[in-house]
Design a protein around this ligand. Structure first.
Ligand SMILES: [Zn+2]
Length: 115
């Protein structure tokens, strides 16, 4: 994992939807089960996996249709989607909750409900 100090610092200074440190960390988390696929099986248990995959597909479609507050890069694939929405969750939890309540609910559950 290669990160510039500057982009790391910027990410944590501006509390917005973009944070390269969180982004890359989430990829590492996603990767620990052997597949970087947007499904972090170390923290995601079985009953939630199918609804999560369906929700990812639905939200990716909305990004592609230009009908989402999630940044476009999230539509690249499921792994990027998971990192991008996690940045959003940690950076602007209230906006995420308002604009994408279903997504917020699952991420909040996943990350221990600190918001
Ligand atoms: Zn990425």
């Amino acid at each position: 994992m290669i990160l510039s100090q500057r982009s790391l610092r910027n990410g944590f200074q501006q509390r917005d939807k973009k944070n390269v440190g969180i982004h890359e960390f989430i990829h590492l988390l996603d990767m620990t089960d052997g597949q970087t696929d947007g499904i972090p099986q170390v923290i995601m248990q079985q009953p939630i996996i199918i609804p999560w995959i369906k929700l990812m597909q639905k939200e990716i479609k909305k990004i592609q249709d230009g009908d989402s507050t999630i940044r476009d890069y999230g539509a690249t694939n499921e792994a990027e989607f998971f990192s991008v929405v996690s940045e959003y969750f940690f950076g602007q939890p209230r906006q995420l909750k308002k604009k994408h309540p279903e997504l917020y609910r699952i991420l909040n559950k996943l990350y221990g409900g600190s918001h």
